[in-house]
Structure formats: structure tokens, C-alpha cells
Design a protein around this ligand. Structure first.
Ligand code: UT7
Length: 334
């Protein structure tokens, strides 16, 4: 997709993680695993986990407030809120509507978008279109997950991998040549059952049996998702860079979905990127699905790894199966 004419970019960014930290050593006490296994296979040391009374909208709200403050935009100025999640407070209504209410963004339309770990890049792309067409001026994109609430804490194959958190950006028109330069979104629905929540929807509504079988939690074929991720991340990033008419030499930083250090390293290798040009924080937060890229992006900006004029790439993959990448030229001063 060519993104010419009006330049649209991120004019504010924020993130939030809940206070409680669960380390690999804590997990050793509840499932048959070890810090060594988790760290060597994934690069994860710890994850943040919601309090009992915290839900996805609570995390998204905090990230949204921080992004608004960073952009110096008031809630009333927002025309639209798009919230990406796979762990909504409830099946409906949209989490975005709860965030809209809590922010007092009374002029904003609001809806949720489901593209799992690719959700942030999908939502950012959708939001940018509203600005490019001139329909809206300011769009809040939130990616928020309370994955701990849909995790089977008895399944060592999945419970060691995920964490909770949220990231948010404000999109607006930016200086010509800056902002979102190129994007690629993709889907391979044949892999839908490789990573999913089997029950609780219209295919298999909740029953005492589905609860007893723990079908209301994340189920994953880790090996197949791993193969998909390794192939897709590198390829999609390369395509986005090429479509932008750039080469990897023009890219100052890769901000990948933080699922697994081995997947990140293989994507970097495919791009011919040294690891010092790759942003990694999977050790601190584990895989926070849609929130992982904006969480990483916020840290990269706040730590000075991304500065005005830098061109960087975000790339993710996830349930669907989906993938997404984008080339962005940062337009904000420090
Ligand atoms: O955002 C997208 C979400 N999904 C992903 O990113 C997941 C992608 N996949 C992966 O990251 C990797 O496939 C995993 C980290 C999930 C698994 O790593 P792996 O190197 O593919 O291990 P494996 O599944 O082949 O399992 C190797 C062994 C097995 O034991 P046996 O059969 O060899 O005896 C597992 O039962 O490791 C065992 N195992 C564990 N051992 C200790 C699986 N989970 C654990 C665990 N602790 N937590």
C-alpha cells in the first residue's frame, strides 16, 4: 500500500504496565519449569501481571492518558479511538468505548480491532487512513492486553510466555516526508487454530465442560507459530523497506514484536541487522501481544534510541495468523 500525499504520524506516545512482577523463579513454584529453560528458549526473565481488579481497559486508559499528555492533545480533541486487543474486558461492548468514557473523549467514535500481536500496526494503519482522507484530525490508537486473565496457569507451554501491558499513540498530520512512510499488513487464516482461544464465542459457547477443559484460555502450537514467525517477520520487514524505496542501511532501528529472543534474532539476521540496531525488552515484559510494539517503541523513544529524523521499522506477527510491518520516520522533537 502506497502512503503518499498527506503525511500522518505519531505525535504522542505512552505506555503502562501493571505494578505486580512475576519472575521465572515465581513460575518455578507453580509449574514444572525453570528460569534456565525459560530464559534460554525465550529471553524472558519476568512479566508484569494485572491486579485481580484490573482489566484491559484500565491498562489502556493509563497508556492513553500518557500519550495524550505527550502529544499535548486534550481528550475532547480526539475524533476516533481504535483499541487493539485479544483480551477485552468483556466480549462486548468494545474496550475502546470504556476508554472513551473514562477519558471524557466525548467527541470520539470508538471501536476495537482484533489482529492479535499485529494489532498495533493494524490499528495504526487503519487510524492513519481516517486522517489521510481528511475525515478526522486526531486519532488515539491503544493496544492493551490483560493476557494473564486468559492464561492457563497450569500449562507450562504457554503460561511462561505472556505478560500484561498497554501502549498508546496519538496520530495526526505531521511535517511532509515524516510519519508513516510505508506499511504491509498480511493474514494467513489457514493457521487460525494454531493460536486461539477455543471456547467462549459463537462456535463453542461457554458451558461447564468448556470451563472444566480450560478452553477459555490461550491454546498454541508453539513450534508451528515459531516457524511462521521466523519466516514472516524478516520477509515483511524487507518488503516494507523495499516498498519505501529504502535499504536496510537507511534504517536506524528495528522494533520487533517482543515474543521470543530467538525469533527476534532470526528476523534481525534475515535483515542483516546487527543486534545493536534491534530494540529488545522481552526480558522485562514477556509477550504482551498487541501492546508489545508500542511498549517497546515508547521505551526506545524515551531512552533516546529514536530521535527526530530517524527512520525505523516496526514488525509483528501473531494469531490469525497475521503479520504487519511499517517504516516510520520519527517526527517528534525530544
Ligand atoms: O505472539 C505470538 C505468540 N506465540 C509465540 O511467539 C510462540 C512461538 N513459539 C515459541 O516461542 C517456542 O516454540 C516456545 C518458546 C513456545 C517453545 O520453544 P521450543 O524450543 O519450540 O520448545 P518445544 O515446544 O519444542 O519444547 C521442547 C521441550 C518439550 O519437552 P520434550 O517433549 O522435548 O521432552 C516441552 O515439553 O521443552 C518442554 N517445555 C518446557 N520445559 C520447561 C515446554 N515448555 C516448557 C517450560 N519449561 N515452560
Amino acid at each position: 500500500m502506497q502512503m503518499n500525499d498527506k503525511s500522518v504520524g505519531i505525535i504522542g506516545i505512552g505506555s503502562y504496565v501493571p505494578e505486580k512482577v512475576v519472575t521465572n523463579f515465581d513460575l518455578e513454584k507453580i509449574v514444572d519449569t525453570s528460569d534456565t529453560w525459560i530464559y534460554e528458549r525465550t529471553g524472558i526473565r519476568q512479566r508484569h501481571v494485572c491486579a485481580e481488579d484490573q482489566a484491559t481497559s484500565d491498562l489502556g486508559l493509563e497508556a492513553a492518558k500518557r500519550a495524550l499528555a505527550d502529544a499535548k492533545v486534550s481528550p475532547e480533541e480526539l475524533d476516533l479511538i481504535i483499541l487493539a486487543t485479544v483480551s477485552p474486558d468483556t466480549m462486548f461492548p468494545a474496550v475502546a468505548c470504556r476508554v472513551q468514557d473514562a477519558l471524557g473523549a466525548k467527541n470520539a467514535a470508538a471501536f476495537d480491532l482484533s489482529a492479535a500481536c499485529s494489532g498495533f500496526a493494524y490499528a495504526m494503519t487503519v487510524g492513519a487512513q481516517f486522517i489521510k482522507t481528511g475525515l478526522y484530525k486526531k486519532v488515539l490508537v491503544v493496544a492493551a492486553e490483560a493476557l494473564s486473565k486468559i492464561t492457563n496457569w497450569e500449562d507450562r507451554n504457554t503460561c511462561v510466555l505472556f505478560g500484561d501491558g498497554a501502549g498508546a499513540v496519538i496520530l495526526g498530520e505531521v511535517e511532509a516526508g515524516y510519519g508513516i512512510i510505508e506499511v504491509e499488513l498480511g493474514s494467513e487464516g489457514a493457521g487460525a487454530n494454531l493460536l486461539h482461544m477455543p471456547a467462549g464465542g459463537s462456535r463453542r459457547p461457554a458451558t461447564p465442560e468448556t470451563v472444566a477443559e480450560k478452553l477459555h484460555s490461550i491454546h498454541m502450537n508453539g513450534n508451528e507459530v515459531f516457524k511462521f514467525a521466523v519466516k514472516t517477520m524478516g520477509e515483511s520487514a524487507v518488503r516494507s523497506i523495499e516498498k519505501a524505496g529504502l535499504t536496510t542501511d537507511d534504517i536506524s532501528l528495528l522494533v520487533p514484536h517482543q515474543a521470543n529472543m530467538r525469533i527476534i534474532k532470526s528476523a534481525a539476521k534475515r535483515l542483516g541487522f546487527p543486534m545493536d540496531k534491534v530494540f529488545v525488552n522481552v526480558d522485562k515484559y514477556a509477550n504482551t501481544s498487541s501492546a508489545s510494539i508500542p511498549l517497546a517503541l515508547d521505551e526506545a523513544v524515551k531512552s533516546g534510541r529514536i530521535k527526530k529524523g530517524d527512520t525505523f521499522v516496526i514488525v509483528g506477527f501473531g494469531a490469525g495468523l497475521t503479520w504487519a510491518s511499517a517504516v516510520i520516520k520519527w517526527c517528534k522533537e525530544d
